[in-house]
Design a protein around this ligand. Structure first.
Ligand code: FE
Length: 387
């Protein structure tokens, strides 16, 4: 038996935010990050719409990028005091991910954070509240996924939490919010979405339910990302939908080692954080070459190339290279600025951590330690993959 889970409703298009006026309930807590949603007026609009729905509102603001366990516990505490029947999260991936985790501790105060580390083992939610997610970036698709990434800063570890219980009830995909993204964020989040769709399509957990979503997302990203990057707001709207389709695919088909490797290198080097989407964009063409040595995976990448009117796997990799180049994304880790000595000294640990990442299990090839220790240097120096 398999399962395919999505939000009950996805409202999309201009003014989709107004749908909040039709929610039925008595109390809503709004969870938001830094100042941008407030600055652009979206937070006020959300609160006004909830009040128009007859709800009492309460605000939890200041969720940091890469939200911490402490922030999650603080938010859950506020929820227990206020007693909302709706949780409404708005912003980039961070406030939405944090709100998903707060939701669990709101409904189950006795659950420990450690209890949630086993995937698909959460207690049954929706005994107290339902959940609305309103994304402002076009990449993570957390508004439709079963995932939340929370950081334990004491241990220095990012924990991906996974359970269909935290798939939101309502996603509001309003393109006006994505119009506020700076150009670099548009590039990185767009390549994150492309990576989600490609990894979902070649995943060993891909199904006939996820394939059409992944392929359509890939076609839309390739069609619209360059213009979205250049500031065309129609293209940016299409990207907001494309990343959501990719999210529906990967929430059910899971991901692969591009994400494993990005998760374990994002904060690994003293020369600076590698943004998630940027790391994915750099690693993706190398991982395609590595995975395509597997016959089944090669066939799946050929499907993708065909759907794009491209001639085979090399042309698909060339297309990704072209996108990266056009948007100022480096071709290698060396070019990104990672120092050679530090890279070499950390290689074996990074390789080990990447293999152990939750995303590795559904990759079409399961790399050995030796292979991972070849893959990373190929990406560092820009070498061809022939293993
Ligand atoms: Fe991602």
């Amino acid at each position: 038996m398999a399962r395919f889970t999505l939000p009950r409703d996805i409202y999309y298009g201009r003014d989709a935010l107004d749908e909040l006026k039709n929610l039925k309930g008595s109390k809503a807590i709004v969870v938001v990050g830094g100042g941008s949603m407030k600055r652009f007026g979206f937070l006020d609009k959300v609160i006004a719409n909830l009040q128009a729905a007859g709800m009492e509102t309460c605000l939890f603001e200041g969720v940091e990028p890469d939200p911490s366990v402490e922030t999650v516990m603080k938010g859950a505490q506020m929820m227990r005091e206020f007693g909302p029947d709706w949780i409404v999260s708005i912003g980039g991936g961070s406030p939405i991910d944090a709100a998903k985790a707060m939701w669990v501790f709101y409904e189950y105060p006795d659950v420990k954070f450690e209890d949630l580390l086993t995937p698909f083992s959460f207690p049954t939610l929706r005994t107290k509240a339902k959940f609305v997610a309103i994304p402002s970036t076009s990449g993570t698709a957390t508004e439709v996924t079963a995932f939340s990434v929370i950081t334990d800063y004491q241990k220095g570890i990012k924990y991906p939490l996974a359970d269909f219980n935290i798939t939101p009830d309502v996603a509001i995909v309003d393109p006006a919010l994505a119009e506020t993204m700076p150009q670099k964020l548009t590039a990185h989040t767009g390549m994150d979405a492309l990576t989600h769709a490609i990894e979902a399509y070649v995943s060993t957990a891909a199904t006939p339910f996820t394939d059409p979503l992944a392929l359509k997302a890939i076609q839309m990203v390739v069609q619209y990302l360059p213009a979205s990057y250049e500031g065309c707001m129609n293209a940016r709207e299409q990207m907001h939908y494309a990343q959501c389709l990719a999210g529906m695919a990967f929430s059910n088909a899971l991901l692969g080692i591009v994400h494993s490797m990005a998760h374990k290198t994002g904060a690994a080097f003293s020369t600076g954080h590698i943004p998630h989407g940027c790391a994915n964009a750099i690693y993706l063409p190398y991982v395609i070459q590595y995975n395509a040595k597997d016959m089944r995976a090669a066939k799946r990448y050929e499907d993708i190339a065909n759907a794009l009117g491209l001639d085979g796997v090399p042309a698909l990799c060339a297309k990704i290279d072209e996108f990266n180049k056009r948007m100022g994304i480096p071709k290698t880790l060396k070019e990104f600025g990672v120092e050679e000595a530090e890279f070499k000294s950390k290689l074996s640990d990074i390789a080990k951590n990447a293999i152990g990442d939750a995303c590795t299990g559904s990759n079409p090839r399961i790399p050995t330690q030796e292979e991972m220790e070849q893959l990373f240097p190929a990406i560092y120096y820009g070498d061809k993959i022939d293993f």
